[in-house]
Design a binder for this molecule. Structure first.
Ligand code: 5GP
Length: 236
């Protein structure tokens, strides 16, 4: 497999073509942004941690029956994944109120939700990723009803698998963001990353935040929190 031209550079990752048209290479950066790119910084070692944590969790999910884009970890920061066209949605899964939900509904952070909540946002930086519902998604043709049924089923399954797995590591899964892609033959697979950048992880005992909120809210100890997550998940 040969790494070829760069196809895309995002806020936290670069994507390169390979000599196999069905595969692309993802290269994770240490760059961190928040608030739709308004806040910028670097989190030393983040790229390698997010790469390894994502792959660890994708492998677990694949084993539990959720199809993913993961193919092979190539190095600390680089992973080979299936080429997909991204469904232009962020799927947010919430178990406990925090962040924008707390703000929107006036719920104190940490309030347990009596039922898991799914939200969808249209991926568009210029519009600030507006929240949309299934009527918007169908009307705009971003995904079919059948694809959305599958995306919702996979998202809830990811939540069940990760919640149970993390509970044993004394980590509470508050909420997280998923993205899905479509392969050339139309198969829906879990794509993007699952990391402290995209999830809220709280220590189950102390409720200490072990995720990107430390960067977003200037809480300090950002690198330590990312390392702590990697240590609990992968023992190093
Ligand atoms: P909230 O809507 O409360 O800001 O975020 C809910 C969850 O989704 C959090 O775990 C957050 O990390 C994740 N999330 C939502 N939007 C984004 C985004 O644009 N980028 C990243 N990395 N995570 C997001």
């Amino acid at each position: 497999m040969k790494k070829m031209e760069q196809m895309y550079e995002g806020k936290a990752k670069k994507v390169f073509a390979t000599d196999d048209p069905g595969l692309v290479l993802v290269d994770y950066k240490d760059d961190a942004t928040a608030f739709n790119g308004l806040k910028k910084g670097t989190i030393a070692g983040k790229g390698a941690i997010n790469n390894r944590v994502t792959n660890h969790l994708m492998k677990l999910l694949e084993k539990e029956g959720v199809p993913t884009h993961f193919v092979e970890e190539l190095s600390d920061r680089e992973t080979l994944v299936r080429r997909v066209s991204i469904v232009p949605l962020e799927v947010i899964v919430r178990n406990i109120a925090a962040g924008s939900l707390s703000k929107r509904l006036g719920l104190p952070e940490g309030t347990k939700l009596s039922k898991t909540v799914l939200e969808f946002c249209y991926k568009d930086d210029e519009l600030g990723d507006p929240m949309v519902n299934r009527y918007h998604i169908a009307a705009m043709g971003w995904a079919t009803e059948e694809e959305m049924d599958l995306i919702c089923r996979y998202s809830l399954k990811v939540n069940d698998v990760l919640t149970a797995y993390l509970r044993d590591l004394n980590i509470e899964l508050i909420d997280f963001k998923l993205e899905f892609g479509k392969t050339a033959d139309g198969t829906i697979v879990l794509a993007d990353e699952i990391s402290p950048d995209t999830c809220r992880f709280w220590d189950s005992t102390t409720h200490e935040k072990l995720d990107k909120d430390r960067f977003r809210r200037d809480l300090g100890g950002v690198e330590d929190a990312y390392h702590e997550i990697m240590k609990r998940l992968m023992g190093e």
